[in-house]
Design a protein around this ligand. Sequence first.
Ligand SMILES: *Cc1c(COP(=O)(O)O)cnc(C)c1O
Length: 498
Amino acid sequence: MSNKTNDNDAPILCEKVMLNLLLPCVNLIFSMADQTATLLRELPSIDRLLKHARCEALLTRYNREYVIEQCRAVLDQIRGEIRQGHGQTIDLGEDTIIARLDMRIVTDSQPSHRRVVNATGTILHTNLGRALLSQAAIDAMLAVADHPINLEYDLAAGKRGKREETLEKLLTELTGAEAATVVNNNAAAVLLGLNTLAEGKEVIVSRGELIEIGGAFRIPEIMAKSGAVLREVGATNRTHPADYENAIHEKTALLLKVHTSNYKVVGFTAEVTLEELVAIGKKHNLPVMEDLGSGAFIDLSQHGLSKEPIVAERIQAGASVVTFSGDKILGGPQAGLMVGKKDLIDKMNKNHLQRALRCGKLTLAALEATLRRYRQSPNIVEEIPTLRAFTRSVEEIRATGEQLLPKLQVALGAEFQIQLEDSTAQIGSGALPTEELPTVVVSVANPKLTANTIAQKFRTANPPIIGRIKEDRFLLDLRTIFDPLELVPNFNRAEISQ
Ligand SMILES: *Cc1c(COP(=O)(O)O)cnc(C)c1O
């Protein structure tokens, strides 16, 4: 019996002990809940914040709905912090809340595309926007940006004129072609060319030239979208004139040659030259279109680089149409340039796709100014930033590095080891893929930090500095850096030392 009682007592005792232990905790939880509720209640309302003098100032620059939305977001964020128990450590004064609102709006107003410093050693970096414009091109864009212009207006006749007349004149003068037209980029030029010349028909291309370039441009896919049918001939490494000849039949509309801009096939190879292709085209009365990719106007081999195909020489060799980019080696704005036989270019211009792919006035202005400088400049290599970066001497690059070193050391502090080293840069954007340009880099090391951490820190500078990592070391390539101060990071927004 007594055993039984004891058995029953034990749990009662236990419950009491538990209750005594738990009560303070429960009380604490309740008092915290009280505090949280009080803090939440005390937060100013949106209406109240809007009446604050600094908020009124914001309302002169931003619309009311936007400011209200941002106020709500800041208050939501603060509520979250209070609920997580940080209520005691955050300042809930109205001034501080408005300061947070201010900060949030400033951050939200930053353009998504910001200036960065390209110290990667890839001159035409597709991810960093490719070519930089010349001063002439920038001036031309500004001039047409905020005024009406005679874009499609013939001033002499006082009536509608042609949008691309001057560009066509410049392009034919520079390339020796009969006619020219311009679209938004080279991918669009290839699409327009294929659709105009071969919709519903066959286009013969070598298997060695079925390229894919960055951003998912692929010849087979573009071909399919153009409505033309791809007829691949030859093998990856070797294609012969007979391969084209044997594939030609009544449905064939075009022979296409594609410059293998971002790779090279080496070893046991055979390529049908443009001249051979033109001869086959003549025999069968078929046009030959060449997608040159970069397409240069000047011979870079004068400056110690390998020769990139020159547009005028391809026209001279008999290509019916040549397409190339405005913002690769040419060093102009993003555009697709098409030059060639007048009857074919006329057809392109009559194609409704041309209207869908056309450039805006800013592009046309920048392109015209760039082309005009190619026609007129006594020293084009100095005027086009891309060409200047290609052709700069290693001595000049090293001199920039020597000016930079002491300033960079001061900015980074003594725990960083920096030194100049010889290295190789590249052109990028698929031009001259195997070409290595001699360059000078600054290697930046810190025994406490990995190369990735250092790279990340440089990306937090204002403007962000983008270098490259090679064999676990962080390098800043100086080939594209003309002002050494560009590489002295401004870490105002984030400290580098940890
Ligand atoms: C770069 C390139 C293109 C695409 O040119 P975008 O101007 O980028 O549209 C097409 N074909 C070749 C061979 C290229 O190198």
